[in-house]
Design a binder for this molecule. Structure first.
Ligand SMILES: *Cc1c(COP(=O)(O)O)cnc(C)c1O
Length: 354
């Protein structure tokens, strides 16, 4: 199987080998040391300012999105939410469920966020800004520089879902003034699903500590205090955390987050170059390094997904809903190399009979 979906993605051999071991008991100094190292490397890789913390929650990424809404916001907030697809809609749904007042900036599928759009929301008494750095459902990467300036100007708490952009795009928290960053184990971290990670800056930590506790499992006060000694409030996905440790140390050894981002970018560029003559069109106005989102001009996107899976053992990522036949996505995160894209492009050519 060759997997070009956007998560779970392919893990490398060292990470896979850890998955084959017995899972150790975790209330030990050894596991605590591993967790403290995980926290340190996470903070390093997103250039978190002094005083920031990282917490590891046993859940998929969406639980950290929910934890952000529950722990960082309250009845006095008014959030501005960017909704350009499935994952933007998730923040909208979370605000509704947890009674956080909000307005949404609704973008059409594939549409970029521009300065003109944002400027309509200046000086409107918002307190927080919720955005998916990369709207994975359509492959649109939002301009973090633009978002950052808007949030600084309006003094907004910036919550960044970087679930699919961490390690694929620059998410320099200090530079962009991000208050909370979210990612997950099964995207560019290229580990099995099961762990989501939140990096919280000082302002976010203050909010966690002053807001009332509304949920036991997703209580970040307790995650933060347990994390001080390298522990978690409840039994975590111990095996996945050990795999994350292996992967973070590998990335550090290979030159850090910037090297990994560059590697991913080169794969994306290579793939886009190879498919120039095929009947596909770039779907996103502002593509990310993590994913190439393609419009199938023959309206056979879903058929291609099935054909590649059944006839070639290759997984590309289908789209749902209205985009099912029009759009498919090819990921560039996970343990992939140029040769893998040669295999994919060859299969796409055969499938299209060209
Ligand atoms: C994958 C993803 C999520 C959701 O992650 P789950 O792990 O499926 O809960 C949220 N936001 C973005 C941008 C994603 O790419």
């Amino acid at each position: 199987m060759l997997n070009f979906t956007v998560g779970p993605v392919q893990s490398n051999d060292e990470v896979l080998q850890i998955g084959a071991q017995q899972v150790p008991y975790f209330r030990t100094p050894e596991f605590s040391a591993t967790m403290l190292q995980n926290e340190k490397l996470m903070l390093d890789f997103c250039n978190a300012p002094q005083g920031s913390r990282a917490v590891f929650i046993t859940s998929s990424g969406s639980a950290s999105m929910e934890a952000a809404v529950i722990n960082l916001l309250n009845q006095n907030d008014k959030a501005l939410v960017v909704n350009g697809g499935t994952f933007g809609q998730r923040f909208v749904d979370l605000c509704k469920i947890h009674n956080v007042a909000f307005d949404e900036i609704k973008l059409s599928a594939g549409q970029a966020l521009t300065k003109e759009i944002l400027s309509q929301y200046n000086a409107k008494n918002y307190t927080a800004f919720l955005i998916n750095h990369h709207e994975t459902s359509t492959g649109v990467l939002y301009d973090l520089d633009l978002v950052s300036q808007f949030c600084k100007q309006n003094d907004l708490l910036l919550v960044l879902d970087a679930i699919s952009s961490f390690l694929a795009e620059d998410v320099d928290l200090a530079k962009y003034g991000v208050d909370a960053m979210i990612t997950g184990s099964q995207k560019a971290l290229a580990c099995p699903p099961g762990i989501s990670i939140m990096v919280l800056g000082k302002r976010a930590i203050e909010r966690v500590n002053t807001n009332p506790t509304k949920c036991m499992y997703l209580d970040l006060k307790s995650a933060l205090s347990n994390g001080e000694r390298g522990q978690t409030p409840f039994t975590p996905a111990v095996g996945t955390l050990l795999q994350i440790n292996e992967r973070l140390r590998q990335i550090e050894k290979a030159g850090g987050a910037q090297a990994e981002i560059e590697r991913t970018k080169q794969l994306a560029l290579y793939f886009r170059e190879q498919i120039k003559d095929l009947p596909f069109k770039m779907f996103s106005q502002s593509p990310s390094n993590a994913v190439t989102s393609l419009e199938a001009l023959d309206n056979d996107a879903y058929d291609l997904f099935i054909k590649l899976k059944d006839e070639f053992g290759i997984w590309i990522c289908p789209n749902g809903g209205a985009l099912k036949d029009r759009v498919f996505r090819v990921g560039h995160i996970g343990n992939l190399c140029k040769d893998d894209y040669d295999v994919l492009v060859d299969a796409l050519k055969k499938a299209k009979g060209v």
